[in-house]
Write a protein that binds this ligand. Structure first.
Ligand SMILES: CC(C)(COP(=O)(O)OP(=O)(O)OC[C@H]1O[C@@H](n2cnc3c(N)ncnc32)[C@H](O)[C@@H]1OP(=O)(O)O)[C@@H](O)C(=O)NCCC(=O)NCCS
Length: 282
């Protein structure tokens, strides 16, 4: 039986180098060096690792920042080694980060993620109850990451109100029980002759109280096999989110595969809540 995973703060040059190595494996390059990680850890930020036995299976990097007058943690990176994904390690690190941040009086953690990465959406929105504050078009400009090579680096900017009752409730009781919401679908999709999901028709003028927006469940694979189609998905979803955000809709949840459909996944949008225009990455 494999030992249970342990989450703790990363410490010492050797462990920081292992985090660098994990960045190379996951993104193809290093964007936060071991020097920066150790300094961040000393001055208000957090670098957490999760170990399976002696092996570093994942890490999380967050620095201390300011949003308006409040101190926040900005969680710039989290990665789990491909061998260890979908075993709850990402969730464990997020929960450990939350505990640590609360102990230090920090009540909000922010980060960005690619809206087309369904695994991230499942964890961030559905499991943790993070809120989408804004949509950033090509957020980091050209991005050398192997995960999204060839695609504009669009991101949702999210914040996780770690001290709020909503988040506490979601963490304690889990996501609301799945039931197929009576909702119109913004994009009608089909599986094409090569077995890939594509948009057949997109509706921009819907006014229903709840709307669904479908995304592919494996964008990474699609990008590897059909970059042109993945780029189309990027531009089409960008337009859909931006249009409906302007019309007053917000992301309320994400339905991963197995919730309302065995292998399809959807964002759930509803009216209400403001966009946080200060949360823009220039
Ligand atoms: C994002 C990442 C850190 C998540 O780590 P992880 O350990 O796999 O996360 P978890 O196992 O805690 O959660 C993954 C969830 O996605 C779900 N999932 C798996 N495949 C999925 C898919 N194709 N679509 C949607 N959800 C999926 C899992 O079932 C799990 O949810 P559950 O716990 O409710 O069952 C990891 O995928 C990763 O390193 N990705 C590459 C780097 C990255 O994108 N980092 C984040 C931005 S910096």
């Amino acid at each position: 039986m494999s030992p249970s995973p342990k989450v703790r703060r990363v410490c010492g040059q050797e462990e920081y180098r292992e985090c660098e190595q994990l960045q190379r494996i996951v993104w193809g390059s290093i964007s936060v060096s071991s020097e920066l990680m150790s300094v961040t850890q000393k001055y208000g930020g957090v670098v957490l690792g999760v170990w399976q036995g002696k092996e570093l299976a994942g890490f999380l990097y967050a620095f201390l920042g300011q949003h308006g007058r409040k101190l926040i943690h900005w969680s710039h990176m989290m990665a789990v080694h491909p061998t260890y994904r979908d075993q709850g390690l990402g969730l464990r690190m997020k929960l450990a980060h939350r505990r640590l941040a609360l102990e230090r009086g920090v009540r909000s953690i922010g980060w960005t993620f690619d809206p087309l990465q369904s695994r991230n959406a499942a964890l961030n929105i559905h499991r943790l109850g993070a809120q989408v504050d804004n949509y950033a078009e090509d957020c980091y400009g050209h991005f050398p990451s192997i995960i999204e090579k060839g695609l504009p680096s669009d991101r949702f900017i999210v914040h996780w109100a770690i001290a709020s009752r909503q988040v506490e409730k979601r963490l304690k009781h889990g996501p609301p029980s799945e039931q197929k919401p009576r909702a119109a679908c913004i994009n009608e999709t089909l599986v094409n002759s090569r077995g890939r999901l594509e948009n057949r028709r997109i509706h921009y003028g819907l006014r229903d109280s709840i709307l669904l927006l479908e995304i592919p469940s494996h964008t990474e694979l699609m990008r590897e096999q059909d970059l042109a189609l993945a780029r189309r998905w990027r531009l089409e979803t960008r337009r859909m989110f931006q249009r409906y955000f302007v019309a007053g809709y917000r992301v309320k949840d994400f339905m991963p595969p197995g919730s309302i459909s065995p292998d399809r996944c959807f964002y759930l949008l509803a009216k209400g809540g403001r966009l946080d225009r200060r949360r823009k990455i220039e």
